[in-house]
Design a protein around this ligand. Structure first.
Ligand SMILES: NC(=O)c1ccc[n+]([C@@H]2O[C@H](COP(=O)([O-])OP(=O)(O)OC[C@H]3O[C@@H](n4cnc5c(N)ncnc54)[C@H](OP(=O)(O)O)[C@@H]3O)[C@@H](O)[C@H]2O)c1
Length: 307
């Protein structure tokens, strides 16, 4: 069967700015090449980087116009001849550099994984960027059971998954969050602590025996508290601040790794990781979705849905 390009309503912008620069346009999605899959998108996870890129505040550059959205879930609707790991109609999730906030997308089969039974598509849409970032950052520290770690923004997209992964690996996890998220953190066996002034003293009181490693998802404050408490720079990882200013590590997500996506999906299905959906917005309400994302106080993920 010859595959042809198809039209897809797609969230785009052609100038940098606030949510008002976002548009929904009918754009063409190419026919999949031999190693590619065309996906009917059902959900797109939004991430702070989408807002930073749109505002022109990201160190990463995408040439304008940009197609919005870097993580997706949906259904396989066409495949190139060399794709053997997926079937038509199968639910998949994955990540590409842009274009996930659209009715359809085309992506290499190598950047996606199958959605297992029991995983909601809205949750799957948050695993390939936020989830794998958490996984890769945690892995990079090679920590053992019994380690005491601090995770900032521990109710957020990355921090929430990282904190729960570490609990599952037998670590003691202290997570920073605003009080509204403390009960949820306790329910996930994460010890909550408020961020803000006095953080170092609160951490010292909670962990007088010392902190093994710190994973920062929110910026300077956590890093400075960690340094004040004598955590070695090679045991501090940030994905939210300029690591070179402090000489700390900056391990974020590596290349999309489907076995990691499989492992994360299995942990959500098993209930080991709770991935709350803070809110789901239809594609047409993408500006409202971004406004919500940019208020910065989420539990879990904001997703766009294209039912
Ligand atoms: N390098 C990479 O590979 C990579 C990948 C993904 C993300 N990132 C970056 O990592 C950061 C986090 O991403 P994300 O998706 O996890 O974001 P997110 O889900 O939007 O983070 C929301 C969380 O941030 C917390 N928060 C807000 N203000 C805070 C403060 N002053 N101190 C501590 N926590 C605060 C909120 O906690 P409360 O609601 O409890 O107030 C909320 O739970 C972003 O800067 C993002 O760009 C980097």
């Amino acid at each position: 069967m010859t595959l042809l390009p198809i039209p897809a309503r797609t969230v785009t912008y052609s100038e940098h700015g606030g949510p008002e620069v976002l548009r929904i346009e009918q754009l063409e999605v190419a026919a999949p090449a031999a190693d590619e899959v065309r996906v009917r998108v059902v959900a797109c996870g939004l991430n702070p980087v989408d807002a930073k890129l749109r505002a022109g505040r990201s160190r990463m550059q995408l040439p304008l116009p940009v197609r919005v959205g870097r993580e997706f879930s949906g259904t396989v609707e066409a495949m190139g001849a060399a794709v053997t790991e997926f079937a038509l109609g199968q639910q998949v999730f994955g990540s590409i550099p842009q274009g996930c906030a659209a009715e359809h997308l085309v992506a290499p089969a190598a950047v996606m994984a199958a959605v297992p039974k029991g995983l909601r598509l809205e949750q799957a849409a948050g695993l390939s960027l936020a989830g794998q970032t958490a996984w890769d950052a945690l892995e990079s520290q090679h920590l053992e059971r019994g380690a005491t770690i601090v995770v900032s923004a521990a109710a957020g997209g990355v921090g929430g998954i990282l904190a729960q992964l570490a609990v599952a690996r037998g670590m003691r996890v202290i997570g920073t969050a605003s009080p509204a998220n403390h009960d949820w953190l306790r329910s996930r066996r994460v010890e909550p602590v408020a961020y803000g002034e006095g953080l170092a003293a609160r951490l010292a009181a909670l962990a007088p025996e010392g902190i093994t490693a710190v994973f920062d998802q929110s910026g300077a404050e956590t890093i400075e508290a960690a340094l004040e408490l004598g955590v070695p720079v090679e045991r501090i990882n940030t994905i939210a601040a300029d690591a070179s200013v402090y000489g700390v590590r900056a391990v974020g997500r590596g290349p999309v790794h489907p076995p990691t996506l499989d492992a994360l999906a299995a942990l959500v299905v098993a209930g080991t990781i709770d991935l709350p959906i803070e809110a789901a917005y239809p594609l047409d309400e993408v500006r409202a979705a971004f406004e919500h994302l940019e208020r910065g106080h989420l539990r879990g993920k904001i997703v766009l849905t294209i039912p």
